[in-house]
Write a protein that binds this ligand. Structure first.
Ligand code: GAL
Length: 353
């Protein structure tokens, strides 16, 4: 499906169609009321079923609030009533599959799914295909084989390699401008630890690999002290960091974290150990992440444009629900994937004379 102009134009087009349809129906009624001719009515309301892999994930919670705002905005601008039914799957794929059944039985026009297990979306896809209900997946990317099963499956997310390269570049740039701000003990090597997200998540693997590769490619001298999996969670990261600070006292100069929440966990441990000089970088630009950036506790983060991210989810979903052409403001790669733009946000860069 191809796009068809911006939101305002599409809405104007829709209003015009409603008038034309009304006129046509009146004419039909007058002329052929006995012949049983029906013209499908334009929808004036849509129902969207949203399932989140967990409700206590900071980034996903940020996304949830913005999707809610975007739904209200869409409703105001289009005059189409949007009912959002948002459920949390609490980390259980089974629970999420049941939520999908319920959404379908409630007559949802489209589903927005943040899969619990991105490798196991086939049941959701089976159910959606059988019911003819399109799905916009987001944040946890289903495997390609599943995405290729139907042309009414979409994905909104960020390009994980791009995120990681930006995260690496942030340090490369700082190192080039102020090596002493990164190589804190001046021994010519930047000693780092790595905090990783869930092992099965596409973002963890790719972010871990490419942030480091970017530093290596730019010939920043680095040495890995250690690393560990903290599953995106602040408390797990804090515990790991505490342990590393004891095992490797006065050694760690940089914490590379796959997300902001784990970065904040590392900062918690650094503050307890009064080792706040250590640089910490994250990814996401979550609300608490941005606060930490603001007050200088977090060196930097890579942030997707969340307004665009959530508008893409909502507008794609609404177009599917209304059976309209897809919005061309959100161009889809291979007709399926929308990659949200991202940017580096960094603090602590002192102007070099
Ligand atoms: C990542 C994000 C993490 C976490 C995860 C959940 O993209 O960086 O903070 O929200 O998604 O799937």
């Amino acid at each position: 499906m191809k796009g068809s102009g911006n939101l305002r134009e599409r809405k104007a087009g829709r209003a015009e169609r409603i008038i034309r349809t009304a006129a046509l129906c009146a004419a039909c009624l007058l002329m052929t009321s006995c012949q049983g001719v029906h013209k499908e009515e334009e929808k004036t309301s849509i129902r969207i079923g949203v399932s989140l892999y967990r409700g206590d994930d900071t980034f996903i919670n940020n996304i949830r609030s913005i999707i809610e705002e975007k739904a209200k905005e869409y409703e105001r601008e289009s005059g189409i009533k949007v009912t959002l039914d948002i459920q949390e799957a609490k980390g259980s794929q089974n629970t999420q599959n049941n939520q999908v059944d319920r959404f379908i039985s409630l007559g949802c026009d489209v589903l927005c799914i943040n899969p619990v297990d991105r490798m196991d979306t086939s049941l959701i896809i089976d159910k959606a295909m059988t019911a003819g209900v399109p799905v916009v997946f987001f944040n946890r990317q289903p495997v390609e084989e599943d995405m290729n099963r139907w042309d009414k499956l979409y994905y909104v997310g960020v390009d994980a390699k791009e995120t990681a390269v930006l995260q690496g570049e942030m340090v490369v740039d700082l190192y080039r401008k102020q090596p002493e701000a990164v190589d804190l003990n001046g021994d010519g090597v930047v000693s780092y630890v790595m905090l990783e997200g869930e092992t099965s998540h596409q973002d963890s693997l790719i972010r871990t690999e490419w942030s480091v590769q970017t530093l290596k490619d730019a010939r920043v001298p680095i040495e890995k002290i250690t690393g560990g999996i903290a599953n995106w969670e602040r408390s797990q990261a804090s515990a790991l960091m505490e342990q590393w600070l004891t095992e490797y006292p006065d050694t760690i100069e940089l914490v590379i974290s796959n997300n902001d929440d784990m970065a904040l966990g590392a900062i918690d441990a650094l503050e307890r150990a009064q080792a706040e000089d250590v640089n910490v970088i994250g990814i996401d630009g979550t609300t608490p992440g941005l606060e930490a950036l603001e007050d200088g506790r977090l060196l930097g983060t890579v942030s997707a444009n969340k307004e665009t991210y959530c508008s893409a989810i909502l507008e794609l979903a609404a177009s599917c629900a209304l059976e309209e052409e897809l919005p061309e403001e959100y161009p889809l790669t291979d007709g399926t994937y929308f990659w949200t733009p991202q940017e580096i946000l960094i603090t602590k860069i002192k102007e070099n004379p």
